[in-house]
Structure formats: structure tokens, C-alpha cells
Ligand binder design. Structure first.
Ligand SMILES: Nc1ncnc2c1ncn2[C@@H]1O[C@H](COP(=O)(O)OP(=O)(O)OP(=O)(O)O)[C@@H](O)[C@H]1O
Length: 480
């Protein structure tokens, strides 16, 4: 095999040496320079099979070189390294046609595997460069975990791949889904978000796929579904783990066949949506419990993105807190800043409600405290206020009682009275909504043993069997 040559540009001598040694040991030829101008000369002279360049160099910004390199040498893969690891850098690198972006410091093993992948990758034509609007970039945070997310999101701006975002409540799943849309080729289309947990189960299919006039009682007119609304854009399926099994089957068919029919309709309609799904649940567990289809999971989990809880990236808290205070000011609240003690107190809080909890706290501080610089005491007092009373069962700050949760869902049920979808048979339906998960969980917890599940529920065995049939619950033994 002919030796491949890698061109390196970085004004830091130590980095040049380390890279040259590691790549040399791996069998590559290396040429290294501290200036963008020399790198450009080598490129113009037709040298090298790949470029690894830093962003900040004395004579020119490495990111500005990328489109020029791609124009004159489209076959040359370019990897951009940067210590300025923001979403903007990752996005610019991807949009200007870099093969990948590597936040500093990096692991040499990762670099070598990246070089291997870059050299083996097929040549893609340079993209039409379009600049992100830096000041409006939505994602904040510089932790290693966030950088990995920026890299993934940036890479995905040039594809239509299906994405599955997982993470606790309030970690920014919807925000990432929107960023995936806003920076994608589909950004001129609609971003349509549907929350599976907020729609009554028996309306989900009509909601997603639309319905024909007279398809069910109360369907007075044809209803346009979310798939149709999102045509040309992105469909965000939030809380996908709460999707009822019939709708899961239907969604799987749409993903397999690329077309769908409305409820009550016959003519297939071509699906032209990019799907981004999200859940706070552990779907592999749901699969083991028989609650989520494994085949659908694999169709959706093409590119998984895991958003870490805020407590795992405490170094992002100061930046996020400032970002939320700025947002509060932009929304008309007084401008505030935090002193060091306040920031340290924020960093030591566990944030069960994640970024949303931090955002709410910043808004409260901006609204309620007269002083311009917020100190540790104010933060401590507000955090104590939000914490559960001593002796109360430990639960996330955002947790609600079953009664509150049911009330919230019922409010959504009631407000679904639109588009010819009137609320009917509410009593029966609500009871079924509660019965189904109750029975499912009892069965899952007893590994499908109906005798034990009946005992757990305090039901007669025959009653349980009848209910399983009525509610069409899957009967699976030996679960978990
Ligand atoms: N990295 C981040 N940078 C800036 N803002 C963020 C970030 N992460 C989350 N937020 C903000 O925190 C709030 C909660 O985020 P979002 O609604 O996306 O969370 P979620 O994971 O979808 O929550 P849920 O599962 O409860 O729906 C939003 O206002 C969002 O703008």
C-alpha cells in the first residue's frame, strides 16, 4: 500500500510533535507547519491525502481555509481541531465541508481512528457554504459531553438520518431536535412536534396520519395529520416510549414503506419527513417489558444522541446560568449577574429537573430579587424553597403526584375538542387509560405471571384475564 501523507497545521509546536510522532508510528507520512499560508501552498501544489488543521493560527483562521481547500481539492479530507469547542465551531466545520471536527484536548487513539475513517471515506462534493447565525445559536455549554453532541448535530446537518434523543426531563431534548431541523436542509419546511404522552391513545393514529371524513364517530371533516403537516420538514415524536402499541405498528410500517394512509383512507401518501424521536425512558427496558417494539426501536435509533443530566456536566452551569439570565432580560425582566459564591452554590446542586430547573430558577431570581448582583444566599434560599420538605419522599423537583398528572392529562383530553375531534365517552376512556398501564406494569413486575399479578392488583384471576382480553394487552411470560 502506498504511504499516505497527512498535512498538519497548528501553531503549537507541542501538538505538531505529538501528532507527527503518533501518525508516523501508525505508518503515515507527515508534513507539519505552523502557518496557514504554508498549508495552503502544499494544498495548491497537490500534496497530501488529508489535512488536520487548527482553527486559530497567526496568519489565518483554519475554518476559513476549509471551503477553499474543498474547492481546489475536493478529494482532500480536512479535520479541524479546536480548543474553542462551541456549537458554532462544530457547525461551521461541518457546513464548510470539513470531514470532522475534533475538540482539544483529544485522545490520540480517537485521532488515529478518525484519520483511518477519513482516508477510507468516499469523496463527497463540497457543500454550499451557508453560515450559522452565531448570536442566535441555541445550544450552550462547553463540557466534553456537550461537545460530542455538537459534533453529532453538526455532522447530521447534511443528512436526513433518523435520530433518537434520550435524556432525563429538561436536559434539552426538544432544543436539540429543533437545532437538528434549523440547521438541516429541511429548515425551510415545518418543524412539527407531537408529544405522545399528551394525546389520548385512541386519537394518536388520527393525529399522526390524519383521518377521512366519517372515519370515526365525530370525524365531521377530513383531518390533516402531523405527517402531512411536516412534509418537507421534520417530525419530532416526543415521549416516543409512551406510544401505544397499535400506533407503534403503524409507524413501523410507515418507516419501512415510506408511505402511509390516513385513518379510514385507502390511498397511500408518500411520507416526506425526517423523524427525530425523543424519550426520557429506557427503551431497552420497555422492550424487555413488552411495551415497545424492538423492530421500531432499531428503525428509530439510527443515530442515538444521549443528553447527559446537568449534574454530570456541572462545568456548564455558569455558562448556562448566564445564558438563562440573558434570556430573562430579553424577555423583559431586570438584568442580573451572579457572584462567585452564587455560581459555586449552583454548581453543587444536583438539578433533578436539569436545564429547565436552572432556567426557572434564573427567571425567579431575575424577577424577585432587587439587587443587581445575586449572591449565594439568594440562590440557597431559592433552592431550599424548591426542594421537597424534609421527610417527604425523595422525588425530582419537577415530579408531580399521580392525581396532578392525571389532571394535567385530562386537561389535554378536554382541550382536544378541535378539528372535528370532539371529546366523547370520557369516563370509560380515562378509566382504560389508567387500567392499561396499571395492568401492564403488574404483569411486567410478575414476569407475566397472571396469578401473581392478580394477587398484586387485588383482582380475581378471571377478572384479570377478562381485562387483559378487553384491553388487548400482550401476554408475554418470563419477561425481564
Ligand atoms: N444546552 C442548552 N443550552 C441552552 N438552553 C438549554 C440547553 N439545554 C436545555 N436548555 C433549555 O432548557 C429548557 C428545557 O429544555 P427542553 O424542553 O429541550 O428539554 P426536554 O429534554 O425536551 O424536556 P422534557 O423531556 O421535559 O420535554 C428549554 O427552555 C431549553 O431551551
Amino acid at each position: 500500500m502506498t504511504e499516505r501523507t497527512i498535512l498538519i497545521a497548528d501553531d503549537d509546536r507541542a501538538i505538531r510533535t505529538v501528532l507527527a510522532q503518533a501518525l508516523g508510528r501508525a505508518g503515515y507520512n507527515v508534513r507539519a507547519t505552523s502557518s496557514a499560508a504554508t498549508l495552503w501552498r502544499w494544498v495548491e501544489d497537490g500534496e497530501g491525502d488529508m489535512v488536520i488543521t487548527d482553527v486559530v493560527m497567526p496568519d489565518e483562521n483554519g475554518l476559513d481555509l476549509v471551503p477553499r481547500i474543498r474547492r481546489v481539492r475536493p478529494e482532500l479530507r480536512v479535520v479541524v481541531m479546536s480548543a474553542q469547542s462551541t456549537f458554532a465551531t462544530a457547525l461551521k466545520a461541518a457546513q464548510r465541508g470539513a470531514f470532522d471536527y475534533l475538540p482539544k484536548p483529544f485522545d490520540l487513539k480517537d485521532l488515529l481512528s478518525l484519520v483511518g475513517r477519513a482516508l477510507a471515506a468516499p469523496v463527497v462534493p463540497p457543500p454550499e457554504a451557508e453560515e450559522p447565525e452565531e448570536e442566535r445559536l441555541p445550544l450552550v455549554g462547553r463540557s466534553a459531553a456537550m461537545q460530542e453532541i455538537y459534533r453529532t448535530v453538526a455532522r447530521l446537518t447534511t443528512t436526513d438520518l433518523t435520530v433518537m434523543i434520550t435524556g432525563e426531563s429538561g436536559t434539552g431534548k426538544e432544543l436539540v431536535a429543533r437545532a437538528l431541523h434549523d440547521y438541516s436542509r429541511r429548515r425551510s419546511g415545518a418543524f412539527v412536534a407531537v408529544n405522545m404522552a399528551a394525546i389520548p391513545r385512541d386519537l394518536i393514529e388520527a393525529e399522526l396520519f390524519g383521518h377521512e371524513r366519517g372515519a370515526f364517530t365525530g370525524a365531521m371533516a377530513r383531518g390533516v395529520g402531523r405527517f402531512e403537516q411536516a412534509a418537507g420538514g421534520t417530525l419530532f415524536l416526543d415521549e416516543i416510549g409512551d406510544m401505544p402499541s397499535e400506533a407503534q405498528t403503524r409507524l413501523l410500517r410507515v418507516l419501512q414503506e415510506g408511505e402511509f394512509t390516513t385513518v379510514g383512507g385507502r390511498t397511500p401518501i408518500k411520507a416526506n419527513v425526517r423523524i427525530v424521536a425523543a424519550t426520557h425512558r429506557d427503551l431497552r427496558q420497555s422492550i424487555r417489558q413488552g411495551l415497545f417494539r424492538e423492530d421500531l426501536f432499531y428503525r428509530l435509533n439510527v443515530v442515538p444522541i444521549r443528553l447527559p443530566p446537568l449534574r454530570e456536566r456541572a462545568e456548564d452551569i455558569p455558562l448556562l446560568a448566564r445564558h438563562f439570565l440573558d434570556r430573562a432580560r430579553a424577555a423583559g425582566l431586570p438584568g442580573k449577574s451572579l457572584d462567585n459564591g452564587a455560581v459555586e452554590r449552583l454548581k453543587s446542586h444536583p438539578w433533578p429537573g436539569n436545564a429547565r430547573e436552572l432556567e426557572n430558577l434564573m427567571r425567579r431570581l431575575a424577577a424577585l430579587y432587587p439587587q443587581e448582583v445575586i449572591g449565594e444566599d439568594a440562590v440557597a434560599a431559592e433552592l431550599a424553597e424548591a426542594e421537597p420538605a424534609p421527610g417527604a419522599p425523595s422525588a425530582p423537583a419537577s415530579a408531580e403526584t399521580l392525581e396532578q398528572a392525571v389532571e394535567r392529562h385530562l386537561a389535554t383530553f378536554m382541550s382536544a375538542q378541535r378539528d372535528g375531534l370532539p371529546v366523547r365517552d370520557l369516563y370509560e376512556r380515562v378509566l382504560a387509560e389508567v387500567e392499561r398501564p396499571l395492568l401492564r406494569l403488574a404483569l411486567a413486575n410478575t414476569r407475566g405471571n397472571q396469578i401473581k399479578a392478580a394477587a398484586m392488583l387485588g383482582l380475581n384471576r378471571n377478572t384479570l384475564r377478562k381485562k387483559i382480553r378487553e384491553l388487548e394487552l400482550p401476554v408475554v411470560r418470563g419477561l425481564l
